[in-house]
Write a protein that binds this ligand. Structure first.
Ligand SMILES: NC(=O)c1ccc[n+]([C@@H]2O[C@H](COP(=O)([O-])OP(=O)(O)OC[C@H]3O[C@@H](n4cnc5c(N)ncnc54)[C@H](OP(=O)(O)O)[C@@H]3O)[C@@H](O)[C@H]2O)c1
Length: 342
């Protein structure tokens, strides 16, 4: 079988803020045979994630275990798709799968080397797109980061940055369910309204309108912050640390402000960390992979009960992948950023 495939590639390594001109759409013919041992998938949704930018940098500028994306080649990403042809027992034509696919219209995967791939129960009643957000890696990140890393207690105060985004919007709602007082920040008034009016945050503010972040956090947390869920880095982390309570916990999930500008790297006051016995812990979503089904079953239950709202921001068509990606760094997305392909 042969299918015409189009995929998105970077033209060159990307340093600083990405622009749509850094990307190109390429075409190829994909050949699949029953002897290949592979599964051919027609991609329905692909995920747009901030960490991808770190993979687009030159090796020397990228970080640790990040796989560098080779200019001109396809870009692996989480996705949901329908099996079109399968050379293995486990997957049948028509099955819906979620896992590591790519920013392309069709993908092939080999089950024995695709650890992250799983079949989706399409009759669950949830939109398939949720597999990439609340019921996928964003959910696992938010749940694992908040419950396992932050270990919240009833009555504690929680600050969430990038709070209207995919991970942040879930963390804030989980914090309310855990009996905490939660304040989020975001980059527009519309996002601030969403946090307070729809997602149940106790308070929220537009960080772009705050000339002094430390003072803003002091105002919002007169009794200090017990838990900071860090998505942004830079000055935001410095301001949060200055307002943490003794034995406070900081879950370092991401530092998006630093992805585009290494000059903005946070300079945390470590004396603050020592004297207040603050725990700063970085983590990866995949640290919780063995609990993935446990976490997503709980989140799915909350969504069904109306206790958690899912916010998605969906663009259409492969050509919109570059602008969807660039939007993340301009704060133009609200909730989980996805591209619908079919
Ligand atoms: N550790 C892990 O395994 C893991 C897994 C998933 C995600 N993450 C991290 O979690 C964070 C959120 O990811 P997400 O997928 O949920 O993305 P997201 O929050 O849905 O989208 C990114 C948001 O970040 C904010 N932002 C962008 N540039 C910024 C800047 N310079 N300063 C402050 N805010 C900025 C924007 O919202 P505003 O309107 O608020 O500016 C933007 O909408 C990222 O740092 C990501 O790398 C980590």
């Amino acid at each position: 079988m042969e299918v015409e495939n189009r995929y998105v590639a970077v033209r060159h390594h990307v340093e600083g803020s990405p622009s749509v001109d850094d990307f190109e759409v390429k075409a190829e013919t994909v050949r699949w045979t029953p002897e290949s041992g592979e599964v051919l998938v027609r991609n329905m949704y692909v995920s747009i994630d901030p960490y991808q930018l770190n993979r687009m940098k030159r090796q020397s500028a990228s970080h640790h275990s990040v796989d560098v994306i080779v200019p001109g080649e396809r870009i692996a990403s989480y996705g949901v798709g329908e099996v079109v042809a399968s050379a293995c027992e486990e997957y049948k034509e028509g099955d819906v799968v979620a896992g590591m696919l790519a920013w392309e219209e069709h993908s092939v995967f080999r089950p024995e080397t695709s650890m992250l791939m799983s079949k989706v129960d399409a009759s669950s009643g949830f939109p398939l797109s949720y597999q990439l957000g609340a019921l996928g890696t964003s959910g696992m990140t938010a749940y694992g980061g908040f419950y396992e890393v932050c270990k919240p207690k009833v009555g504690e105060t929680v600050f969430v940055s990038a709070a209207s985004g995919s991970v942040g919007s879930l963390v804030g709602q989980f914090a309310k369910l855990a009996g905490c007082r939660v304040v989020g920040c975001a980059g527009t008034q519309a996002k601030v309204d969403l946090l307070k009016d729809k997602l149940g945050f106790d308070d929220a503010f537009n960080y772009r309108e705050e000339p002094d972040l430390k003072a803003a956090l002091k105002r919002h947390f007169p009794d200090g912050i017990d838990i900071y869920f860090e998505n942004v880095g830079g000055e935001m982390l410095e301001a949060a640390l200055a307002n943490m309570n003794t034995y406070g916990r900081v879950a370092v999930c991401g530092v998006i402000a630093e992805y585009t500008d290494p000059g903005r790297r946070a300079v945390p006051d470590l004396l603050e960390v020592i004297y207040k016995r603050i725990t700063l812990r970085g983590f990866f979503a995949w640290d919780f992979i063995t609990k993935f089904h446990e976490f997503t079953a709980i989140i799915g239950g909350w969504i069904e009960e109306g206790k958690v709202h899912v916010i998605e921001d969906v663009s259409d068509g492969l050509e919109s992948v570059p602008s969807a990606f660039v939007a993340l760094y301009r704060g133009q997305n609200v909730g989980k950023k996805l591209v619908k392909l079919a």
